[in-house]
Design a binder for this molecule. Structure first.
Ligand SMILES: [Ca+2]
Length: 156
């Protein structure tokens, strides 16, 4: 093997390694494995991830809560994959570790789409996300948390 191809191979494995690390650090939590209160597991609409998605958000006390383990303390981008066929009603509420975090704005869609729910600084260990009814019959599929490593510009 020439020196050049050894260097190319080494570079390639470094890039692959970085990609795998990034994939591992991303956390995906299925909505349907959470604690469901006033809501239920659904499988009617195709295209979901995992075992289904959650339907039935229609009352002020309805919620779903998921727990997950953060291995790497970081600022995380929080996304929720969902659909809602309601056009006039357009938000739900999000609680992180039993504290109200804010509203998640929703768009009407017949297919699963991604909502950007904001960013949050997570410490290592177990945390919870609780999705509460706002005014929309949101049907969440899963949550995805992506570490914003290396971008210190919005931490200060
Ligand atoms: Ca799901």
């Amino acid at each position: 093997m020439s020196i050049l191809s050894r260097i190319q191979l080494s570079l390639l494995s470094s890039i692959l390694c970085l990609t795998l690390l990034n994939a591992q650090n991303q956390i995906q939590v299925e909505a349907e494995i959470g604690t469901l209160s006033g809501v239920m597991l659904s499988k009617a609409k195709p295209g979901y991830s995992g075992e289904g998605y959650v339907s039935g958000f229609d009352g002020i006390t309805d919620y779903l809560e998921v727990g997950f383990d953060v291995k790497l303390a970081d600022l995380y981008k929080i996304e929720m994959v969902y659909f809602t066929t309601s056009s006039s009603n357009n938000h739900c509420r999000l609680q992180i570790d039993d504290q109200l975090y804010g509203e998640v704005r929703l768009s009407r869609s017949d297919t699963f789409i991604v909502a950007n729910a904001g960013t949050y600084q997570f410490t290592t260990g177990i945390h919870t996300l609780r999705l509460l009814f706002g005014n929309a019959s949101v049907e969440p599929d899963f949550f995805r948390l992506t570490p914003v490593s290396g971008t210190d510009w919005d931490r200060t």
